[in-house]
Ligand binder design. Sequence first.
Ligand SMILES: Cc1cc2nc3c(=O)[nH]c(=O)nc-3n(C[C@H](O)[C@H](O)[C@H](O)COP(=O)(O)OP(=O)(O)OC[C@H]3O[C@@H](n4cnc5c(N)ncnc54)[C@H](O)[C@@H]3O)c2cc1C
Length: 223
Amino acid sequence: MEHKKHEFNGMGIFVEYDVIVIGAGQAGLSMGYYLQQTNRSFLILDKGKQIGEVWKNRYDSLKLFTPRTYSSLPGLALEGIQSDYPTKDQIAEYLSLYVNAFKLPVKLEYSVKGLHKADKGFCIKTNQGEYTAKNVVIATGAFQNALIPAFSVNLPEQVLQLHSSQYKNSEQLRDGSVLVVGGGNSGSQIAVELSKDRKTYISVSQSQSFFRKKSWEKASFGG
Ligand SMILES: Cc1cc2nc3c(=O)[nH]c(=O)nc-3n(C[C@H](O)[C@H](O)[C@H](O)COP(=O)(O)OP(=O)(O)OC[C@H]3O[C@@H](n4cnc5c(N)ncnc54)[C@H](O)[C@@H]3O)c2cc1C
């Protein structure tokens, strides 16, 4: 149902936000942290049911490739050994902790459907009504849509195909060997996991060079 989301302060005056941030992932929450230190009114809208949902939905064994020291957001270090790599669930929990620690005004289950220029700023259409703001920050991330190569439609039905965003663990697969297409961080991590109990091939477009996650107890990303 489409309705106007007019918010009023205690004196019955219509509130137009100075800033509305769309997306409560790392980028949106960091933005919130800095906005909290100004006197601007702001709101962060996210379509998820819970903070960190995008991380929760990723494959079970996912460990970040950035150590804690480079996975922390401003103002609050991720707990644990700084040169170690956090799991995806630890990141999801950390993001939730971050929202509470800085009392960031996040509205969950607000999916932004449209954005257009209004007289003095912007009108933001959500599944729960419209907002107006003088400034809008779009922090919706770069990994919302899966990129599936066109040749995949030509594979026979008996070949089970899963994009890495649908993959959770090896139990989803049929018996037999597996081909992992793509040797980025996800492809490589999934291939290593699968190779423990089945024949695993990995297809890459150019020769890969892997480097150690740690050398001399220092994380490769400088932790
Ligand atoms: C498998 C995988 C592993 C990764 N590992 C690492 C890693 O180890 N280290 C690293 O630094 N990065 C990693 N990344 C990249 C990582 O996701 C980004 O660095 C980081 O999460 C980007 O944060 P973000 O806030 O820009 O986007 P996101 O975390 O994607 O957050 C975007 C938010 O916007 C919300 N949103 C989207 N559309 C709408 C809408 N229309 N209305 C309302 N809300 C909306 C989403 O619900 C989400 O909460 C990985 C990515 C993937 C896919």
